[in-house]
Design a protein around this ligand. Structure first.
Ligand code: ZN
Length: 300
């Protein structure tokens, strides 16, 4: 018996242990419930190959999928006070921030980068839903302002990938102040005669919908993205009416003139290139690249 328990059993355990399948190898599509091999899903830009469902993508993925050769330069967005209200609900806000940073390896819910798109210089700001639901606090507001300033400095179009649950409640009124600030950011881009393209992805809600997210020269939506100000349940309870089928989906907003186009992810980069080609005046293409932009210039 001792040979069986002391030698054979541990041996079997190690053999079985080695064959353990990593949990993240397969992904279940939330729309059609099909199991998809994670690597295939990533190769397909996180779009289900069975039903075409567009899954959420990270800010880094958005940047890599959009820029030429996936090459870009991130800028440091201005530092903001951490937890200015010393807010605490179920957990301390500072702890929530720490967790989000560990989980996403991001500093905040936005990345701002510059690089080339179809040979044009562009600035892209990409939000990340995985970081506290993409909520907009002071840091995200600063990110949008920095992106707008960088676009003006580089005379480059600004593209914003939006995804957000709304204002970051842990920052109270400070998060609400980001709404007028980001609106002004879109204005400085427009006053410089530069195109602003807003790509609304699943999901776009609250404070961002009520500010910069709806102010693009061209409003693009990803298929099936839920875009609105308040969730359908709250609206139903308020107006006491059943909402129409597909309410707040890209397709519904497109039919009602809120979005200009719906673009599948596989065609997003080509579409953005086409739009930038059309919107950037030829004179803006010819001059040599401006000197490298440092963060100091952006934050000044
Ligand atoms: Zn599917």
């Amino acid at each position: 018996m001792s040979w069986l328990t002391e030698f054979v059993r541990p041996k079997i355990r190690t053999l079985l242990g080695r064959k353990d399948v990593p949990e993240n190898l397969w992904h279940q599509c939330p729309s059609c419930q099909q199991m998809i091999f994670q690597r295939d899903l990533e190769a397909n830009l996180k779009v289900c190959m069975h039903c075409g469902h567009h899954m959420r993508a990270s800010a880094r993925e958005r940047l890599a999928w959009t820029f030429d050769d996936g090459a870009y330069t991130l800028i440091d967005t201005p530092r903001v006070p951490q937890d200015p209200l010393r807010f605490r609900d179920g957990k301390r806000y500072s702890d929530r921030l720490k967790e989000a940073r560990e989980k996403t390896k991001l500093d905040e819910a936005i990345l701002v980068a510059h690089g080339q798109l179809g040979g044009h210089k562009v600035v892209i700001a990409a939000m990340d839903y995985a970081f506290m639901g993409g909520s907009m606090g002071a840091a995200v507001g600063e990110g949008i302002v920095a992106a707008a300033r960088l676009a003006v400095l580089q005379k480059a179009p600004l593209i914003i990938y939006v995804t957000s649950g709304g204002a970051r409640m842990q920052e109270g009124a400070i998060s609400l102040m980001q709404m007028p600030r980001t609106v002004i950011a879109t204005q400085i881009v427009k006053e410089a005669g530069l195109p602003l393209l807003a790509v609304l992805t699943d999901n776009t809600f609250g404070g961002v919908t009520a500010s910069f997210a709806m102010l693009g020269d061209i409003q693009i939506g990803e298929p099936g993205a839920i875009i609105g100000f308040t969730g359908p349940r709250v609206i139903e309870q308020t107006v006491r009416e059943k909402l129409p089928e597909g309410f707040q989906r890209s397709e519904y907003l497109f039919e009602h003139g809120i979005l200009d186009m719906i673009v599948v992810r596989a065609e997003m980069r080509a579409t953005l290139i086409r739009l930038v080609d059309m919107l950037v005046p030829p004179s803006a293409v010819e001059p040599p690249a401006p000197p490298a932009i440092t963060t100091d210039l952006v934050t000044a």
